[in-house]
Design a protein around this ligand. Structure first.
Ligand SMILES: Cc1ncc(COP(=O)(O)O)c(C=O)c1O
Length: 343
């Protein structure tokens, strides 16, 4: 029986069409700006994301790093969530490489940052303070149950930032999950930010790559920073060919991943020894708790592994499961049966 890998949507393998397109891609040296397939991908992405330009980068982490560095100088402050990926999981790159000062605000359970708290956190020009330059949002919000941030919220946050002279960057690693879950065009979300990152290598199933999008000047600066960070890729068109199919063919089916996540959450809610609020599950990411006197988290993960099911323990007793193209509804049923058996 195939392994059910619920650790992340990053484990998705490229589709057969992607493998074929990668093999046949017309390529050139992208550092010399001569890769036609990269150009096609960047142009399509800029159009879909409603921005002047887009830039193909090796990872979401690099995309966020060079975006923050393009917006900020050394000693500038950014506002971001205390559960955001940039703050928690990107090795502190914005501080290490950019000398940027991260100021965290508490993420609300729905992934937002309270707009009053954003406003209160923007520094005055007092001699003692670093200048606040940038607000970073995340949509969907990975560590807040994969929550999609609504268009209304994006507009409110933008308005607070703009009226105080801040720019807005969006970590939209799973932006298409947000647009599918909210039933809106992705541009309805992106029009409220100056720059954004979207990943092709997660639920969209491309093997590698993310895109940064924004205004022409911003992308020119991001290209320079990508080179500085060692992210200039040569015949990158092979990867871009898969990315094109990710954008053209894999967005719609994200709704199946969301339905499977909901089915898993409902089943977990009905399993004694586990707890979850299924109402919080709106995209492909869910978190649940183990409340069992005899079973440690480590043992629970091991027992699931023996049933060919992989999940991640994120904090002691708290687990994350992520659905994606390689997890079918039948696999969710099998996972729920295994959970019943173990507990
Ligand atoms: C919300 C979010 N942002 C950024 C990233 C970074 O992407 P990458 O793994 O491509 O560096 C991830 C990765 O899981 C993520 O979940």
């Amino acid at each position: 029986m195939p392994m059910i890998d619920l650790r992340s949507d990053t484990v998705t393998q490229p589709t057969s069409a992607m493998r074929e397109a990668m093999a046949k891609a017309v390529v050139g040296d992208d550092v010399l700006d001569e890769d036609p397939t990269v150009h096609v991908l960047q142009d399509l992405a800029a159009d879909m994301l409603g921005k002047e330009s887009a830039l193909f980068v090796p990872s979401g982490t690099m995309g966020n790093l060079i975006s923050v560095l393009a917006h900020c100088g050394r000693g500038d402050e950014i506002l971001l969530g205390d559960r955001s990926h940039i703050f928690l999981n990107e090795v502190g790159g914005v501080s290490a490489f950019g000398g940027v000062h991260p100021r965290t605000l508490p993420n609300e359970p729905d992934g937002t940052l309270a707009t009053e708290k954003i406003e209160q956190s923007i520094r005055s020009s007092d001699l003692h303070y670093p200048p606040t330059r940038l607000l970073c949002l995340e949509n969907t919000h990975n560590y807040c149950n994969g929550a999609p941030l609504s268009v209304e919220y994006m507009a409110e946050a933008e308005s607070v930032a703009r009226s105080n002279g801040l720019s807005v960057h969006l970590d939209g690693a799973r932006l298409f999950n947000a647009s599918v879950a909210l039933g809106v065009d992705v541009r309805d979300i992106t029009r409220h930010v100056d720059s954004l990152v979207v990943c092709l290598s997660k639920g969209l199933s491309a093997p590698v790559g993310s895109l940064v999008a924004g205004a022409n000047d911003f992308i020119n600066q991001a290209r320079k920073l990508r080179k500085m960070a060692g992210g200039g890729m040569r015949q990158a068109g092979h990867m871009a060919a898969a990315g094109l199919l990710a954008l053209k063919e894999q967005v719609e089916s994200l709704s199946e991943d969301h339905a499977n996540a909901k089915m898993l959450a409902d089943g977990i809610a009905a399993t004694p020894g586990l707890s979850i609020d299924p109402q919080l599950v709106k995209t492909n990411i869910l978190f649940f708790k183990l409340d069992h006197a005899q079973l440690t988290g480590e043992k629970f993960v091991q027992q699931l592994k023996q049933e060919d099911i992989l999940i991640l323990e994120i904090e002691p007793g708290i687990f994350r499961a992520v659905t994606h193209r390689q997890v079918s509804a039948d696999m969710i049923t099998r996972t729920l049966e295994a959970l019943q058996k173990i507990l």
